[in-house]
Design a protein around this ligand. Structure first.
Ligand code: MG
Length: 235
């Protein structure tokens, strides 16, 4: 059976902080009089990668309420500010939270419209499975793509987060296809590729910055490569 449906992660797969996470972060610092390079922010972000794994392990469900979201992200920004030599700056931490939860600071990647059009033309059903606060619905609406996805399973509304198999299974049920006929596209091996494969979907890693050259699944650098990359799956 060829592929019948494609499900997408949202953050860093379809949408991104604009112009980018490190650039937006440095602009918040600059507004408070602190000059740091975007590369320093990328370096500092390495110190918080483990927080996402821990949150999953401890079932923190950080997207599922305003309080949990604030607690989680503020702890992430506090740690990063410490790495950047700005420890204990509560005003800055709070300004970062406000900035990164403002839909106006997000954009679609340039390749999204074209990629979705090719998948549509191929007759594939499209959906979203995302660890994101409930406002992703509004964000997708304001970016003009919400209705392109007939199924939208957003952790902040569902009360379950990736990598829990339950969130993927919920999406499969709603889109009405077997896992074997569905592709899942995401940017993160731990939260996207591994759990999608575990429920029987074909994972595709979108690796825009060549971070995972050794990935063993289908790997693309641009979403416009997706339709071609999955054309042979299941045939
Ligand atoms: Mg992502």
């Amino acid at each position: 059976m060829p592929v019948r449906a494609v499900l997408f992660d949202a953050g860093e797969t379809l949408v991104h902080p604009s112009p980018s996470f490190p650039e937006l972060f440095t602009s918040v610092l600059a507004a408070a009089g602190h000059r740091r390079a975007p590369d320093a922010v990328i370096e500092a972000s390495r110190s918080v990668f483990h927080r996402f794994s821990e949150a999953a392990r401890d079932n923190e469900l950080w997207t599922t309420s305003q309080e949990r979201s604030e607690r989680f992200w503020k702890s992430v920004y506090e740690r990063m500010l410490e790495e950047l030599g700005l420890p204990g700056d509560v005003a800055l931490r709070d300004a970062l939270y406000v900035t990164f939860t403002d839909p106006a600071n997000y954009a679609l990647f340039d390749d999204v419209h074209e990629a979705l059009a090719s998948l549509d033309a191929a007759g594939l059903a499209l959906g979203i499975v995302s660890n994101f606060e409930a406002w992703l619905e509004d964000l997708l609406g304001s970016l003009g793509v919400r209705e392109r996805f007939e199924v939208r399973v957003i952790s902040g509304l569902e009360g379950v987060e990736k990598p829990d198999a339950a969130i993927f299974e919920r999406a499969l049920e709603r889109i009405g296809h077997d896992a074997a006929d569905v592709v899942y596209v995401g940017d993160n091996p731990e939260f996207d590729v591994e759990p999608a494969a575990a429920v029987g979907m074909t994972p595709v890693l979108i690796d825009r910055r060549e971070r995972f050259p050794d990935a063993t699944c289908i790997r693309i650098g641009d979403l416009r490569q997706l339709a071609g990359a999955i054309a042979g799956v299941g045939r």
